[in-house]
Design a protein around this ligand. Structure first.
Ligand code: MF3
Ligand code: CO
Ligand code: CO
Length: 274
């Protein structure tokens, strides 16, 4: 029971893996259009990861205790799907809101990131939820500083979500990450009532809040992976890997296509990729 403090070598490896995962999302972006199937997007992701990036798709065959092996490279979660949507025959249509979550292993280190995409012309409700989910993730990220605690992430995410009238999913959270895919700690995106660990420089974890337009409750589909909102309301999620530094934090899942943070963020600036 302990959170690993990463070495400089670990951090360098995680930064490369995080960048590759982010570059995979950059690569997929122009293919997210009306008519494409989620299975076709997954095949593109698989082939790019393996053949171009020479990386390992971490989700493919991933099998936590008591689960069946995950059958794809990506998780693609459309509209009321909260997370872990299995790619397949489903065709995307204009107005859909889509999370693509990718995890790649590069030289033994995991890079895990996700973004939202809107297919064709956005709906008002879809655009709004996607934007609020982005703000919720960044509110959580911008609360990270050495000496603070993990509960600061939950408080910041929940406050942002409350302010914008959406709910925060409680059944799934972020996680430590390194040579392991899901390391300690579990990162709650809502405040909890027992003590949480103190942030220390060298900790690396994901922040990946799922927010719902309706209530926070989720249900599991019969396939054993696909998580949906219980009330079938829209759900959205973004994910970054965060490193605690001596003075604040850094983002490890960055590439040219990474969206700029919202204006309220004070702790991070996107580097240039010229
Ligand atoms: N990438 C997801 C996360 O953010 C985990 C997906 S596990 C899978 O933690 F097996 F569903 F792919
Ligand atoms: Co993750
Ligand atoms: Co992920």
């Amino acid at each position: 029971m302990s959170i690993k403090i990463k070495t400089a070598e670990d951090i360098a490896g995680l930064r490369i893996a995080g960048r590759k995962a982010s570059e995979l999302l950059d690569y997929l972006t122009p293919f997210v259009k009306p008519g494409v199937t989620t299975g076709e997007l997954d095949k593109l992701a698989h082939d790019y990861t393996v053949n171009v990036q020479k990386a390992i798709p971490a989700c493919l065959g991933y099998c936590p205790p008591g689960m069946t092996p995950y059958p794809a490279t990506t998780c693609i979660s459309v509209n009321h799907v909260v997370c872990h949507g299995i790619p397949g025959e489903k065709k995307l249509k204009a107005g859909d809101i889509v999370n693509i979550d990718v995890t790649s292993i590069v030289d033994g280190y995991h890079g895990d990131t996700s973004r939202m995409f809107i297919v064709g012309k956005p709906t008002i409700a879809g655009q709004r939820l996607v934007d609020i989910a982005f703000g919720t993730m960044w509110a959580g990220i911008d609360a990270v500083r050495p000496g603070g605690t993990f509960n600061d992430i939950g408080k910041a995410c929940q406050a942002y979500a409350d302010k914008h009238g959406v709910s925060v999913v409680r059944d799934y959270g972020g996680h430590g990450i390194g040579k392991g895919f899901h390391e300690e700690p579990h990162v709650h995106h809502f405040p909890i009532n027992h003590p949480t660990p103190v942030f220390e420089p060298g900790m690396v974890f994901t922040i990946e809040p799922m927010v719902n337009a309706g209530r926070y409750h989720t249900s599991m589909m019969k396939d054993g992976w696909t998580v949906v909102t219980k009330d079938r309301s829209l759900s959205a999620q973004w994910e970054h890997m965060v490193l605690v530094t001596e003075t604040g934090y850094d983002i490890l899942t960055v590439s040219a296509g990474t969206p700029e943070p919202p204006e309220f963020v004070t702790g991070w600036k996107k580097p240039s990729f010229e």
